[in-house]
Design a protein around this ligand. Sequence first.
Ligand code: G6P
Length: 719
Amino acid sequence: MCGIFGYVNFLVDKNRGEIVDTLIEGLQRLEYRGYDSAGFAVDGKLFNDGDNGEIMSNIIVKCPGKVKVLRQKVADDKIDRSDVFDNHAGIAHTRWATHGQPKEQNCHPHRSDAAKGEFIVVHNGIITNFAALREYLLSKGHQFESETDTECIAKLFKHFYDLNLKAGVSPDFNELTKQVLHELEGSYGLLVKSFHYPGEVCGTRKGSPLLVGVKTDRKLKVDFVDVEFENNASAAVAQQQIGQTLSSLNGPNGATAQDLGFIPVAPGEQNLRTSQSRAFLSEDDLPTPVEFFLSSDPASVVQHTKKVLFLEDDDIAHIYDGELHIHRASTKSAGESTVRPIQTLEMELNEIMKGPFKHFMQKEIFEQPDSTFNTMRGRIDFENNTVTLGGLKAWLPTIRRCRRIIMIACGTSYHSCLATRSIFEELTEIPVSVELASDFLDRRSPVFRDDTCVFVSQSGETADSILALQYCLERGALTVGIVNSVGSSMSRQTHCGVHINAGPEIGVASTKAYTSQYIALVMFALSLSNDSISRAGRHEEIIQGLQKIPDQIKQVLKLEDKIKKLCNDDLNDQKSLLLLGRGYQFATALEGALKIKEISYMHSEGVLAGELKHGVLALVDDKLPIIAFATRDSLFPKTMSAIEQVTARDGRPIVVCNEGDAIISNDKVHTTLEVPQTVDCLQGLLNVIPVQLISYWLAVNRGIDVDFPRNLAKSVTVE
Ligand code: G6P
């Protein structure tokens, strides 16, 4: 999905070439999220603006395609690399088309005007009232160059800037940003730069992630940034001002500025930069050399710095003179935090590199012995058979009393909920429903104060899930996040939760996040029921089973050669593939089918084995490839009966079974993929690995760009 990257240096000399390289590298680290175009803006040369003196032109380079195409364009355009800047702001973007096709005019950055490009904007998310804004701005004489919703943001900046000037006010950049935000509906992660504010950038977010990385050789004085709220007095001055000036403010076509509720910045506010950002002062209280990296994703910042600050919705990060200021457009409300912490990222650069693997997906499949171990590390005491989840501990008594648990997620994360629902119900005896976030919202499903809503997400930014979270928060339910990305919207907005600690997942097709989510959910169910003596035996069985999982996954990964051959010899040319499972293995069948669709583009369907006879059986013949999950659990005889139904119609299924298990007679099955046996509720952790590998090798054989499948994005931040 769209990615944002920005770079600001202060008292650190960088030439234009280095700045462009930093921006392009930043975009490259965002590539995994999926995108169709890329672009950036940096300062050009000074030119003479007649009476107004010298101003800085902008260089905007953008094009559809990969970041390497953008890099080539920079080389072809022979952009001068030599000018040195000791203070500069550059912004960049990878786009995933929503409004308007992937073509150059629709790529970001967008500018306020073709003549001078006074304001330049990059934007993630969707402005839902863009049509009305566009109409308004057209009526004011602005000319649009693209079909995007984003362009109206750049135009609004210029529009309000000009209105302020007419009112005799030269607004501060963050005040201007507040005025623009006031008009925007929808979601955004946004960066804006302007030659009116050289070397400065404003970044803001609502429902779309944005963080600021800070790199300096000096020790920061404090590890937080104060939030600067609107004060009541200045709001009152602005109100007074509006009465005096609105009548005289006429837009280019005679319409008054009142159309958009414009309030000029109060005169006392303009360029009032008396506050200092405490963190960025050196011992002698002088500004320090510093670089700032703004991004929608920590993965693009970690190579430069591990010190990051995650913005909250409606924060405006204003970077100027080597300082980072956080502004809010509103006065402080009770209980609102007055600081934003500067945190240290745990992520290592090598975690987001491919290493010896050909693709991130392959690397992530093979990381699962480690990632599953990391999910349990420090949380399970295997000697005493106990589980402690720090982020949930204090909430467990409340959750135990809840009326029901609703698990809400999308895609693979939804499957991890399905895979663990049964063990939740068994251990907690609380009714559990599992919901796809979009459908849950479409139905406006009833939610009550005594419900516990569990949100599961790798990215913690999926728009449908975030909207469902807000819906549940509004209704007073307790919300729990099971999230991989630390600092993500979901992990911050839920009341409590568990980070799955799987490490960064780059491949669009989710693999290691699934197994870690699965384990985190099992640990959650264990924690909820650890007060029950009657379940102590079952607890012990599951906890001992969990301990063996990383090693057992290693065993299953040894099937790769057999699977590679199977894909080469038998599955490559197929058009469709069915996966059969029941009980715990229904989720595995669904997840396997999703993997195969996502990256090999082969039609694939997960079928509940019990439903086979109610329709799907009509598809079965001696040609249709079928994978059946027939590992040992209480439903094994029923699964076998489904396999019999298939073989009786000349179907020859590939059977995932436990080691040494004789599945019918060998001539009736195509082949078996043998996996170690574990506790019934954990078996899905092992059974899913062969289908992850099948999807991977099918995609590789078909020459598909495994990590960047067509039309898909890693993190879907639009509804
Ligand atoms: C996208 C990805 C899927 C992922 C789903 C949910 O569709 O392509 O792989 O499962 O979003 O993402 P989340 O980050 O919320 O787990």
